[in-house]
Each structure stands twice: as C-alpha cells, then as structure tokens.
Write a protein that binds this ligand. Structure first.
Ligand code: GDP
Length: 627
C-alpha cells in the first residue's frame, strides 16, 4: 500500500489543509502593476477544491464574463456561480495561457490516502521482515507447509507458548524474521486486494512434484502477477516416489515462471512439507528475495497497517489481527480501524503471549475496539482517543452515505428502476409479522421468488412490531421491511424515514408477493397507496347499549377524519381493520379532529376497544405512475 501510485500533476505539492488559494489576498503579493496600471495575468494558478466561474476568474485576474463567453463558444451555458469540472478548468486555463495546479488535499478521515502518503526520511527506514502468502493448487501441501514452518521455526525467545490461529504468524531463521499469512490460497489474498490492501511481499507458489502445474497453480500465478508480487517456487512432495521436479520446472517455464538456473528470474526450491526437508532453503530464499526488494519501514512513528482477520468473541468482544506496516503499535494506543475505533487494551502474538509493542511486519491480535472491522481494513494510531473516535465516526457516516448512494434502493420504486437498469441483482427483505405462521409463510414464499437473475434474501424474519433495531439492520443492509398485519408506531415511521428505509405493510400474503415480484421484474406500477392520516390513543372507554363501545381518544399524530378507514392496534399488532363509525367532539359530530385534541370514536361493527389501544386512520390515495 505504501507505494500506491498517486494521480497528481508534476510540480504539485501535497500539503494538507491548504485552503488559502482561493483568496484574492494571497495573490495580491504577486500583482505587478505596469506603468499603465494594467493587471499582469498570473501564469499559474493553484487551487484545491471545486471552483465556480467567479472564483476561477478571480484567481486568473480575469473578468467572469470572459470565461462565460469562452464556455458559451464551447457550447456550454454558465453563470458566475456555475461550478466547473477539472476538465473545464484545464480547458479554460489553456485558453488563457495559465497553468493550473490542483493541490491534493487529503481529508483528515481518509486514512487510506494518508497512509499511502506517509513519507519518511531515508535514514529513518529500517529493514523489516517480508510478509509471505502461500498459494497453489488444492492438496499440493499449503496447509502442511504452513504447519511445518510454524512448528519448526518458532520465533526465538517465545518457546512454550501455545499456537493460536490469529490469521498470521512470524518465525525466525538465523535471527531474521519472516511473517506468514496463514489463510492459504488466493481467495483471501484477492479479497484483501479487492479492498485495496496489499500486504503480501512475496508469494510462495507450491506445486506438488507428483502432480505438476494444475488450474489453481495458474490462477495463483495470475494473482501474484496482477499484484506485482514476486514468486518463490516450492516444488513439494519430493519425498514421494512419483516426484518429478524437472517436469514441474518445465511446466512452470511454459507459464512464464522461469527458474534462475535456466536463465529466468524465479528462485525454485525443492521441499518436502511433510518431512521438513528443504524448508530451511525455502526460508533462506525468501529472505534473499526480501533483501532484493529492500523491504523497509520506519518503526519510530505512530503505527499504521492492515487488518488480517477479525471476529466477534463472546467473552472478549471484537478481536482483530493487525499486521503492523509502519511504526510501532503499543499497548494502550488509540486507533481507528476501518470504521471502528478504540484503544489497544491487550495485544497478543501468535503464541498467545502478551506483547507491549509490535514492530513493522508483526501480526498481533488486539482487543479493545468498539466494533468488528473487516479483513483488509486499514488501521492508524492517533495520539488521542478523542481524535480516533471522531475520525472513526466521521468515516462511519461517510461509509453509510457511500453505501446508500452506491447500491441502495431506498424504496421499492428505486429498486424496480435499478433492477430494470441492470444495477441490482439482490434484494434484501426483512419480515415482521403478527404470528409465526405468517412470518414463515411469507419468508418461504419470498425466498422462492425467482425472477430472471434477481435474487431475494430474507435477512430477518420475526414476530412482532417493527423495532428500531429492525430499522437499523434494514438501513445497514439496504433492506426493505415487509410488515404483515402489524403497524409501526409513529416514532418508528419517523426513524425509518430518517434512515431511508422503506416499510411496506400488507395483510394479504399474495398481494405482498405480487408487489415484490413486479418490483423484481423492474415493472413496479403501484396504483393506490395507503396513506396514514393520523393516530389516536384510547384513554377511556364507555360501553353504551345500542351504540357499543365509545373510545375516548387523544389524537397524537396527524388528523382523524370521519370517513376514514381505520385500524385498531394493540401492542403493535393489528387487531381489527375497518371503518370509523362516528367521530365526535363534545357531543357534536365533527368531520375531523387534529393532533392535540380529544375526541370520541366508535368503530363500525367492532367493540373490543381497550385503554391504551391505538386507532390509526388511513386513506387510499392514488399514486402517480411515471413509469
Ligand atoms: P493444501 O490443500 O494445499 O493445503 O494441501 P495439504 O497441506 O492439505 O496437503 C494435502 C495432502 O498432501 C495431505 O495429505 C498432506 O499430508 C500431503 N502432503 C503435503 N505435503 C507433503 C509432502 O511433502 N510429502 C508427502 N508425501 N505428502 C505431503
């Protein structure tokens, strides 16, 4: 990661937080007035954020109208307040003979960018152990090799500890260390790379001498090449009678992996992962390749690095294995990891031994984070806990925003549109129902829905009314909530609105399915939508012969209208759906009662009203169909 290329124009420097380049004052010092008092136009301008026509004009000491005119000639209408793209700015500058310099301003919470921009003086860099991943075809001996290495080359001074699987381990040879990631194969490697993390310095390509180059051998070569990581070949199982190392060399040469002794640049070793023969040679070869790569890091700064593995432990909470890539991680350090944060409460190595510090290339398991990060997330240490918390929170907010913008269908209509445009292949649904039977029936039917290539996942299906935790889960997984015979409270509706979560309420299973299916076909065309106009709380009940139960209510939300449909809700469950029978205020029939007022109500053909029930009034409103 440290060498991630940066898109930047030559001559640009990379100062953080520079926000002075838009002010006129700043350029005033360069202003030279000729005897005729004519402005000398700057030859260069420097800016950081987006610019409007007016701001660019100011920097170039031109009149906005000149730019507007130029843009007009190019076929673009603009005003002094139009925000310009970088391309526009370049074009305009070219026209007016100015060189634009865009400063890269790195956000404080963009720790990925900050880490890849960490720069150190040459004299501060110290050699660090290589980080190695073992790849190869299934059954060629990856796991055996990892076990053999770890059991025979325990880091000196650490004998006696019990081997812990933490996702990576370190061994030593002749006083030098090598770090192995112990999730073999290219899946983990690729998953990390997909997240932008490159932690592997060298790939050990293991090929069984009795089997030769196989499909996953080739894939491994491709992955190592794509990542630009050098390969060291371990021809394995040389103890076997049918072993033919020469054949492996030939086959690998055909794949472009040429042994040094044949004039290529790849180190080949011959090993028996089972007996341990040749494993030392392999480790020495790894150290040699590491030397050629000049792997170095600065151990004397605040640590940064990558998550190798993370999980939630019942007793200890979030547990993460961090690979330190720069600096030294210390017990007690405050850090941001992905979007989580915390303090290193306890740090252990792969032998379960407590560590006070971890230097570059060292994997350690830590506890003390507030949430479980993901493998491939980066981490960075801060000198204050408060700062770490702030940055993590802001990263979390940005992450949520990003996820929403990227893939989320915030409503069923959005979803239908995204599906029809081919942008969505999976629909997440959360089911809440009044009884277990309905929840199960709905779940089974939804999971069976199969429309073209769109898949529907039910991520939670429970009995009861919609809770805040449901909303948060739906929000995090872009799910739509299907409520069956239940009604959310006004507070929950509001929360759902804030989180951009859509709640669809139904009381007939096939209707819910029909709706979902048409959305999955990208053909959603709702005609009517139910609109809740208001809610009232039952505070008193009066039984009157011939009339039935009159509910003395207080309107808590919206408006209750005389001719509304209504629902009686008890503990979040719909007990009855029907029409209002009467609506009165002080003995008088009224057309409507609004929030904050008391009223008396009856429900047509229904008398089982109890204190504490909620009466919800709703109307069917036509929905405009713009499809
Ligand atoms: P992986 O799928 O690449 O992780 O392969 P494993 O490490 O699970 O090994 C597959 C099989 O090959 C196991 O039965 C090992 O015991 C065996 N094996 C691995 N290395 C050697 C070796 O050097 N010699 C022999 N004879 N068998 C080996």
């Amino acid at each position: 990661m440290a060498n991630k290329p940066q898109k930047r124009k030559p001559g640009n420097n990379n100062k953080r937080g520079n926000n002075n380049n838009r002010s006129r004052q700043n350029n005033r010092g360069n202003q030279n007035y000729t005897p005729r008092n004519r402005v000398e136009y700057p030859k260069e301008i420097t800016y950081s954020g987006p610019l409007t026509v007016g701001q660019l004009a100011e920097l170039m000491k031109r009149n906005s109208s000149e730019i507007i005119k130029f843009l007009f000639m190019m076929g673009n209408m603009s005003t002094i307040n139009t925000t310009l793209s970088d391309e526009d700015i370049e074009l305009i500058c070219m026209q007016f003979n100015v060189t634009p310099n865009k400063e890269v301003v790195i956000d404080e919470d963009d720790i990925e960018e900050q880490i890849s921009n960490r720069e150190f003086k040459d004299e501060d860099l110290k050699p660090r152990p290589p980080v190695v991943t073992i790849m190869g075809h299934v059954d060629h001996g990856k796991t055996t090799l990892l076990d053999t290495i770890r059991n025979t080359h325990v880091t000196s001074g650490e004998f006696g500890g019990i081997t812990q699987h933490i996702g990576a381990y370190q061994v030593s040879l002749n006083g030098r260390k090598v770090t192995f990631l112990d999730t073999p194969g290219h899946e983990a490697f690729t998953a990390m790379r997909a997240r932008g993390a490159q932690v592997t310095d060298i790939v050990v390509l293991i090929v069984a001498a009795d089997d030769g180059v196989m499909p996953q051998t080739k894939e491994s070569i491709d992955h190592a090449r794509a990542a630009g990581v050098p390969i060291v070949v371990a021809v394995n199982k040389i103890d076997k009678p049918g072993a033919n190392p020469e054949r492996v060399m030939t086959e690998l040469s055909n794949e472009g992996v040429m042994p040094e002794e044949w004039g290529g640049d790849t180190v080949f070793t011959q090993i028996s992962a089972r007996s341990g023969e040749g494993v030392n040679d392999l480790l020495e070869a790894l150290l040699l390749v590491a030397d050629m790569q000049e792997l170095r890091a600065n151990p004397d700064v605040l640590a940064s690095g990558t998550v190798v593995e993370a999980k939630l432990d019942k007793g200890r909470g979030p547990v993460a294995t961090l690979l330190v890539q720069q600096g030294t991680l210390k017990s007690g350090d405050a850090l941001v990891v992905g979007t989580s944060y915390g303090r290193v409460r306890k740090m252990t190595n792969d032998r379960g031994m407590e560590m006070k510090k971890a230097e570059p290339s060292m994997p350690v398991e830590i506890i003390g984070l507030n949430e479980v990060p993901k493998a491939g997330d980066v981490f960075m240490v801060y000198d204050s806990y408060k700062k770490a918390a702030e940055i993590a929170q802001s990263r979390e907010e940005k992450q949520i925003e990003k996820e929403r913008n990227a893939t989320s269908a915030r409503s069923l209509e959005d979803m239908a549109r995204m599906i029809s445009e081919g942008d969505m292949q999976e629909v997440n649904v959360l089911i809440k129902a009044d009884v277990q039977g309905s929840a199960e029936a709905l779940k089974a039917s939804i999971e069976k829905l199969d429309v073209d290539t769109v898949k529907c996942n039910v991520i939670r299906s429970t009995v009861g009314t919609i809770t805040e935790s449901d909303i948060m889960l739906a929000s995090a997984s872009n799910a739509i909530i299907y409520g069956f015979n239940i009604r959310p409270t006004a507070a929950i509706r509001k929360k759902a609105e804030e989180e951009g979560v859509e709640i669809r309420l139904h009381n007939i299973i096939y209707k819910a399915l029909e709706e979902l299916e048409s959305a999955m076909k990208g053909l959603l065309a709702p005609v009517y939508e139910e609109v809740v106009t208001g809610q009232a709380e039952v505070r008193q009940t009066y039984k009157v012969s011939r009339i039935g139960t009159i509910a003395g209510c207080y309107v808590t939300d919206g408006v209750i209208k005389r001719d509304s449909h209504c629902r009686l809700i008890r503990d979040g469950i719909v007990v009855y759906t029907g029409k209002l029978g009467s609506l009165r205020r002080f003995e008088n029939d009224v057309k409507e009662v609004t929030q904050g007022f008391e009223c008396g109500m009856t429900i047509e053909n229904f008398n089982d009203i109890k204190i504490g029930d909620i009466i919800e009034a709703f109307e069917d409103q036509e929905v405009k169909n713009d499809a």
